[in-house]
Design a protein around this ligand. Sequence first.
Ligand code: SDX
Length: 442
Amino acid sequence: MAKDTLDVTDGRTGARYELPIELGAIRAIDLRKIKASADDIGLRSYDPGLTNTASCKSAIGYVDGERGVLCYRGYAIEELAEKSDYLETAYLIVKGELPDAHHFAMWRHNITTHSMVHENIKKFMDGFRYDAHPMGMLVGTVGALSTFYPDAKNVLDLESRRLQTRRLIGKMPTLAAFAYRRSRGLPYVYPDNELSYTGNFLSMLFKMTELRYEPDPVLERAVDVLFILQAEHEQNCSTNAVRCVASARADPYSAVAAGVAALYGPLHGGANEAVIRMLEEIGTVARIPEYLKGCKTGERRLMGFGHRIYRNYDPRARIIKELAHRVFEVTGKNPLIDVALELERQALEDDYFVSRKLFPNLDFYSGVIYQALGMPLTMFPVLFAIARTAGWMAHWAELVRDPEQRIVRPRQIYVGEGARSYVPIEKRPEPVMREDAVSRTI
Ligand code: SDX
């Protein structure tokens, strides 16, 4: 008779074990029962990059990588991108349900009233070098917010969590825009709370001497859709970073600063910036075959391609590809789109990429839109961070409330030296440099 257990036999001892299967997983701690001897600490699972390890139970985002499905709280990303806006989607991600008109009006008011930042933040921004990357500025200033809101340490208090969530979703666009203005040597633009969330962000970025910035509605909607698409993606690297820091009961500003830092990496949120640099390096359609050859030899990566979960087309990339054409009707076509489209076509006909199930991810086309909107390359991951703040705050709250969660403290498999005694310096041989040694295989 079928039962929800994994029956294993330890070949070292012949002992048999029955491990319960719950929700398609076994508990790694159950492996500790499997011992080779009485003083054995028991088996561990070894999973570099956590490629097959569930670190939590979550109800926020759902990704089916084989089918190319993404849902936020059960709603398909395609529907949200078409029918919702970022603030409403952020409410859904954080609260778990779509708001009614009254609650949405309250949510929008509460976020909008938190768009200002302490005036001292400008001093932080001014302290960065003239050529500082905006993501570095964002890591620093988000972390600094923890010093302005010491009450945020009350992570077990629901009202405090709600207040910090409103503050961070409200302030991220302001910090991002301040970083941009600082990098361009332009005066800071204060929030205009009469504009939409995304319209206000564009105003803080691009307002010059005009009395009031009027966002182009097509571009405002395009950025809002990009924010929706980047708002949440279950246990991605940066969300995992937020959860890890939050597991120590650190305040949410410190945890989100860790998320921004992880998102900065070119294999994660920094990929959209890297895609444009790649497309500019390729330059013309004629040079694509040569470039792809380098990707297949491993000397470089096809940025914007591949995904840990999606073994099919990233549904977000499909939406962004269509969005690009609507933006180009207003901004004029970004010539790099032709290189990107042909690059995708050739890669998807090449067995190297097809056999590894490498498809365009959401970063492959987002940069082409951002560039057409006049955003500098270095701001691309910053826009990603603004959007992902909703997901990060939802995961932070879910972790804090989860009775099963404990401080993250993984184990390791030690492959270093055995015990050895101290030798006086005059008796030591020439040291063998280990820092460049490849880690020993187990
Ligand atoms: C995001 O996790 C998320 O949800 C992230 C994200 C989100 O919303 O939060 O979706 C956002 O980060 C999207 C990913 C953006 N990054 C990039 O576009 C950078 C380029 N992509 C890769 O570096 C890579 O595909 C990753 C990092 C996205 C995934 O890496 P994995 O799962 O660790 O895959 P891997 O490195 O083990 O690669 C498997 C094989 C390898 O070849 P073999 O060793 O089997 O011969 O595929 C190859 C890799 O060399 N490969 C690539 C490749 N990606 C993987 N080869 C060329 N170009 C690539 N882009």
